[in-house]
Design a protein around this ligand. Structure first.
Ligand SMILES: Nc1ncnc2c1ncn2[C@@H]1O[C@H](COP(=O)(O)OP(=O)(O)OP(=O)(O)O)[C@@H](O)[C@H]1O
Ligand SMILES: [Mg+2]
Length: 252
């Protein structure tokens, strides 16, 4: 179960413990996983524990109703959607080695999932939706766990149109069949229609709120934009509790 990180005693290995093996060979680039992806880089940390606790809240909700597709958005840019979605998908992959789990970077406007996890960025969702790549070409995998990742790919001319296309619906149907859990990283809800479109196609939407940064009125407006989606809770990201990183989840 703890095979996600390549654990090894040599100093060299310890220094590079966030250089994980990717099955697509992109580890050759030696790009490090972003330090905020604590579920990989620091699984014993307080922050990683917070993601585990958030994950188990979602699990409890899953007992009440099926939640295969869970989408993450926020009112505005930079609130921590990508960090949260990546950590949750990884936490789940670690907790459930037998589950097939997929993280889709549906932020076609410049998604950061590939960069954060140090995967090759193209081709991705954008190429898939434009018919320039097959599903098997856009899925990346870690060797050590069963998490599959689809990066966003090259920024297209009409992101919203692509996300609203029949191809996207077809993809979501296919991944519902092929995976037990799918996490969608979306753009922010206020500036773009993308989140409200994909929110209604998801089983649940989690709203990430940057603590001490996002105005309450923006949170309310984002919830209005997400009308028709099933918003199951908020994640308060980056609140200070003593001197440790803190993440609190509210799930209604
Ligand atoms: N709890 C936190 N404490 C400190 N920094 C954080 C925290 N969460 C995220 N960050 C940093 O804030 C920045 C934005 O995070 P992230 O990319 O996850 O946000 P986002 O909502 O996905 O942004 P975008 O709207 O651009 O997609 C990143 O540099 C990330 O490392
Ligand atoms: Mg993001």
């Amino acid at each position: 179960m703890h095979s996600v990180i390549q654990e090894n005693d040599t100093t060299q290995e310890r220094r590079t413990e966030n250089f994980l093996h990717r099955s697509d060979g992109s580890s050759v680039s030696q790009a490090p996983v972003n330090d905020r992806v604590v579920s990989l880089t620091a699984p014993g940390s307080v922050a990683a524990e917070q993601y585990r606790s958030l994950y188990y809240r979602l699990e409890r909700l899953r007992e009440q109703r099926p939640m295969r597709l869970v989408a993450f958005t926020s009112a505005l840019a930079g609130e921590g959607k990508t960090v949260t979605a990546a950590n949750l998908a990884l936490t789940s992959a670690r907790a459930n080695p037998d589950r097939r789990i997929l993280l889709i970077d549906a932020d076609l406007r410049g998604g950061q999932v590939a960069e954060m996890l140090a995967f090759r960025a193209r081709p991705g969702l954008s190429e898939l939706l434009q018919g320039d790549a097959e599903l098997r070409e856009v899925v990346r995998r870690f060797k050590a766990n069963r998490l599959a990742v689809i990066p966003s790919g090259q920024v297209p001319e009409e992101p919203t149109q692509l996300l609203a296309s029949p191809r996207m619906k077809e993809l979501l149907r296919a991944v519902r069949e092929g995976f037990d859990e799918v996490y969608l990283d979306l753009p922010p809800a206020l500036p773009f229609a993308d989140a409200s479109i994909l929110g209604t196609l998801s089983d649940a939407v989690v709203l990430v709120v940057r603590a001490n940064a996002t105005a309450g009125k923006h949170v309310h407006q984002a919830l209005e934009h997400l009308a028709g989606s099933s918003v199951v809770g908020c994640v308060l990201n980056g609140a200070a509790l003593a001197s440790t990183p803190y993440l609190k989840s509210y799930v209604r």
